[in-house]
Design a protein around this ligand. Structure first.
Ligand code: ADP
Ligand code: MG
Length: 704
C-alpha cells in the first residue's frame, strides 16, 4: 500500500468517514493516518482485579479480565439499556450501555472471557462501568500487541460515526497490516546506526503499538529527530541555494545622502551595536547576493534608525525602499519620525505613507509618485503588498516587527522588482533559539545588544489592586514633572465585551481622578476609526495629553520618549512576552521610567511567576527563555503555530531544543559536503528535504 492512497479506500473507511476525517483531522491519505500518532497510551499489561476497585482508582481507565456471566435489556423505550455482569475470581461488576445496545449485545457471549477497558463508578459499594470497551481475550491476543495501547485524539463528530479513539485505533491496526512492508527508510543507513536510531519502520510500529516503554521513547525520539532534521535540511538548503545565486542588487556607493544625514542630521551618535549592524548590512549589499537579514534588538534599542540608514544607502545607489509595519499607528509613526529626520536632506518630501485607510485621491497620487521613482521611501502597512503598489526600482524591503506578518504576505513584497530586493526583517520579540533556528534558520542574523547611552533601566513593580490610591498619587507626581503616562487594559477576543467595559470604566475613573483642565486624558483602542486613532496618537506623541488609556494596540513599536510610566491593568492576564513589549513603550528617553503591573489580590502561581520575573529583569531574552519554561509545550511566541506551519506532528519547537540542535548540526555538516544532496548515500535525504522545504522559499525571490 502506498502512503499517498486516498484514505477512503482503506478497509473500514469509505466515502462518509473519509470526508469527515479530512475536515475534522486533516487526514486525507493513509499516510496522514499513519502519522496521526497517539497522544497517550493505556498500559494493557496491567489487569485490575474487580475486588481491588475502589472509589480511589475510580477516575482513571482500568482494564479488567473476566467472563460475562449474564446479560439483559433493562428499562423501556428510549430509556432502555443493556446490562451485563462480568466476573473474575475476586468479584463482579455491572457493565452498562445506553447506546447501540442491540449491536453491543450481539458481541457479548455469556461464558466467554473478555478484556474490558473503562472507568469504574460506584453506586454505594457496587462497582459499575458505563460504555466500556470490550474485546475477547482471543482477539486481543491475536493482535500480537500486548503492551501499551494508543489513545488517539479525535472529535465529537468523528466519535458519532464510530471513530472515537478506539475506532481510529482499529483503522490504524488495519492500515499497519497493509502498509508495514512498504515503509521506506528516509535516513541514510550510516546515520541511523551512528545515532543508534530505530529504523523508520520500527519507529512507526512502536509509536502506534509500543512493545515496551523504552521502545516507545526510542520511537518518539526517532520521529522527532526525523521531523526536525527534515526541517533543517529544508531551510538550510534554501539558504545554500540563495547564497550560490549572484542576483543581489549592488549598493557600492556610500553617497551624499547617507553622509549628509550621518554628519548633519543625526540627532545623536550611533551606538556601537548600531554601527556594527549598519556595517553588516553594507557588507551584504555589495556581496552580489541578495541580503536576507534578521535584525534582533530589544525594545528601544534603536532598530528604526538602522533601517533608515540602510534605506538611505539604497537611495544613494538609485534604489527605492519600502518599510512595512504591522499596524497603522506604527506605520504613521515611522512615517512621521523618518520625515522629520530627513528634513533638510535631499530626501526631504520624498517619503510617503500608505495604509488601508489612505483616501483614494491621496492613494492614487502616492502610487504614481512611487511608480515614477519620486518617492524614495514608502512606509506602510500590509497595504504595501497589494498588486497595484508598483515601484520604479525597489531595492530594499524593511519589515518591522516581522512576527506579525504571515509568510505569504512577506513573499509578495519580494517580487516587486525584476530581481529580489534586499530584505531586512526586524523584530524586538526575543525569539527562543529553537524557533529562530527553524523559522529564520536561513537568514543571517544581526543583534543590537546595546542600548543607547544614558538610558536608565526601567523600574518595575508589581502592585495589588488595593494600592490604587498610591498609584494615582505617583502618576500625579510624574505628570507634575512634565512626563506622560500609558494605562493599558487587556483585550482578549473571548471576553471582548467585558474587556471593553473595563476599559471604559477605567477611562471614566481616570478622568475623574485626573480632571480637566489640569489633566488631559486620551483613549486609544481597536474600535476607533483610523482617523481617531491617528489623532489620539498624535495628541499623546506631541505631549498635549498627559495620559493615554489604551488596549494593547500600543504593544509594538510605539515611540514616545517623554512617556515614563506605563500602568498595566489586570497584568496577570497578559503573557510574558506581551508584558515585556508593553513595558518597552517607556524607558525610551533619558528619564527614569517605571512600569507598574497592577493585578488582583489573588492570582495564579503562573501569573505570580510571570509578574515577579518582570520585576526581576529587563532582559527580553532571559524572559523569553523563562516563558518557554513556564509554558512548556504551550505556545510561546507562536512556536506552536510555527510548528504546525512546518508540518511538525510530534516534535515541539519549545521543548525539543536539544534534538533540534543535533539535527541542525548534522544537517549542516551533510549540506556542506553535498549541498544538493546528489551523492548516492544522501539520496533519500533529498526526498526528506523536499518534504520539509519551507513553504516560504518563494520568500527569497528565487528569480534567477
Ligand atoms: P526599537 O528598536 O524598539 O524599534 P526605536 O528605533 O523606536 O527602537 O528607538 C527607540 C528610541 O531611541 C527612539 O526614540 C530613537 O530615536 C532613539 N534612539 C535610537 N538610536 C539612538 C541612539 N544611538 N542614541 C540615542 N537615542 C537613540
Ligand atoms: Mg521599533
Amino acid at each position: 500500500m502506498r502512503a499517498d492512497m486516498d484514505i477512503k479506500f482503506l478497509s473500514g473507511v469509505g466515502e462518509k468517514r473519509a470526508s469527515l476525517l479530512a475536515t475534522e483531522l486533516g487526514i486525507k491519505t493513509v499516510g496522514d493516518l499513519l502519522h496521526h500518532y497517539p497522544h497517550r497510551y493505556i498500559d494493557r499489561t496491567k489487569v485490575y482485579r474487580i475486588a481491588s476497585l475502589s472509589e480511589e482508582n475510580a477516575t482513571s481507565y482500568v482494564q479488567l479480565r473476566g467472563r460475562i456471566i449474564g446479560k439483559a435489556f433493562l428499562g423501556e423505550g428510549r430509556k432502555q439499556r443493556l446490562s451485563a455482569t462480568l466476573a473474575d475470581s475476586t468479584g463482579q461488576i455491572e457493565l452498562v450501555w445506553f447506546q447501540q445496545i442491540k449491536w453491543v449485545e450481539k458481541q457479548l457471549e455469556v461464558g466467554r472471557e473478555y478484556l474490558i477497558l473503562g472507568k469504574p463508578t460506584f453506586f454505594g459499594s457496587k462497582p459499575n462501568m458505563v460504555h466500556p470497551e470490550v474485546e475477547t481475550v482471543e482477539k486481543f491476543l491475536s493482535r500480537g500487541n500486548l503492551g501499551m495501547q494508543g489513545v488517539y485524539s479525535t472529535t465529537e463528530r468523528l466519535s458519532s460515526i464510530g471513530l472515537a479513539s478506539k475506532g481510529l485505533y482499529s483503522l490504524v491496526c488495519t492500515l499497519w497490516e497493509n502498509i508495514k512492508d512498504s515503509i521506506v527508510e528516509t535516513l541514510p543507513e550510516g546515520l541511523v546506526s551512528r545515532l543508534d536510531l530505530l529504523s523508520r519502520r520500527e519507529a512507526l510500529q512502536n509509536i502506534h503499538f509500543p512493545t515496551s516503554p523504552q521502545m516507545l521513547q526510542r520511537a518518539i525520539y526517532r520521529l522527532k529527530f526525523e521531523e526536525l532534521f527534515g526541517a533543517q535540511l529544508g531551510i538550510l538548503s534554501v539558504k545554500a541555494g540563495r547564497t550560490t545565486l549572484k542576483n543581489g542588487f549592488l549598493f557600492p556607493r556610500v553617497g551624499e545622502l547617507f553622509h549628509d544625514f550621518y554628519e548633519n542630521h543625526l540627532p545623536f551618535s550611533l551606538t556601537g551595536a548600531q554601527k556594527r549592524v549598519i556595517k553588516e548590512i553594507r557588507h551584504d549589499c555589495v556581496s552580489g547576493h541578495q541580503m536576507n537579514r534578521l535584525l534582533q534588538g530589544d525594545v528601544g534599542s534603536g532598530k528604526t534608525l538602522v533601517a533608515l540608514m540602510a534605506m538611505l544607502l539604497a537611495s544613494d545607489n538609485g534604489y527605492q525602499s519600502c518599510m512595512m509595519a504591522p499596524t497603522e499607528i506604527l506605520a504613521r509613526q515611522h512615517y512621521a519620525s523618518i520625515s522629520k529626520m530627513l528634513k533638510g536632506t535631499s530626501c526631504e518630501g520624498r517619503v510617503a505613507v500608505l495604509t488601508g485607510s489612505t483616501k483614494t485621491r491621496e492613494r492614487r497620487e502616492i502610487l504614481e509618485r512611487t511608480l515614477s521613482g519620486e518617492v524614495q521611501i514608502l512606509v506602510g502597512t500590509h497595504a504595501l503588498i497589494e498588486d497595484r503598489v508598483k515601484f520604479d526600482n525597489l531595492g530594499l524591503v524593511v519589515i518591522d516587527e516581522q512576527h506579525r506578518f504571515g509568510v505569504e504576505q512577506r513573499a509578495k513584497l519580494w517580487t516587486k522588482n525584476s530581481q529580489p530586493p534586499h530584505i531586512l526583517v526586524m523584530t524586538a520579540t526575543p525569539i527562543p533559539r529553537t524557533l529562530a533556528m527553524t523559522l529564520y534558520g536561513d537568514l543571517e542574523v544581526s543583534v543590537i545588544d546595546e542600548m543607547p547611552a544614558g538610558r536608565k533601566p526601567i523600574k518595575t513593580y508589581h502592585l495589588k489592586e488595593s494600592l490604587r490610591l498610591k498609584i494615582n498619587g505617583f502618576l500625579k507626581q510624574e505628570i507634575a514633572k512634565g512626563r506622560q503616562v500609558y494605562v493599558v487594559y487587556p483585550l482578549i477576543k473571548e471576553s471582548e465585551a467585558m474587556d471593553y467595559q473595563n476599559l471604559y470604566d477605567g477611562f471614566e475613573h481616570i478622568t475623574q481622578e485626573f480632571p480637566l483642565p489640569e489633566y488631559k486624558v486620551g483613549a486609544l483602542h481597536g474600535k476607533m476609526s483610523p482617523e481617531d486613532k491617528a489623532e489620539a496618537m498624535r495628541l499623546f506623541a506631541e505631549g498635549v495629553n498627559n495620559i493615554l488609556v489604551a488596549t494593547s494596540v500600543i504593544e509594538v513599536g510605539v515611540d514616545v520618549p517623554n512617556a515614563t510610566v506605563i500602568v498595566i491593568e489586570s497584568a496577570e492576564r497578559f503573557g510574558l512576552s506581551q508584558l515585556h513589549q508593553l513595558r518597552g513603550r517607556v524607558g525610551r528617553g533619558g528619564n527614569q521610567s517605571f512600569c507598574l503591573l497592577v493585578s488582583g489580590d489573588n492570582i495564579s502561581r503562573d501569573a505570580e511567576a510571570r509578574l515577579s520575573a518582570m520585576v526581576e529583569t529587563n532582559d527580553g531574552f532571559a524572559l523569553s527563555e523563562l516563558d518557554l519554561k513556564l509554558r512548556g509545550a504551550g505556545d510561546v511566541n507562536g512556536t506552536r503555530q510555527s510548528g504546525e506551519a512546518l508540518d511538525l506532528r510530534i516534535a515541539s519547537l519549545s521543548t525539543d531544543g536539544q534534538i533540534l540542535e543535533q539535527a541542525r548540526l548534522i544537517a549542516s555538516t551533510i549540506l556542506n559536503d553535498d549541498p544538493t544532496l546528489a551523492k548516492n548515500e544522501n539520496r533519500t535525504l533529498a526526498t526528506l528535504r523536499d518534504a520539509y522545504k519551507p513553504k516560504s522559499s518563494i520568500d527569497y525571490g528565487m528569480i534567477s
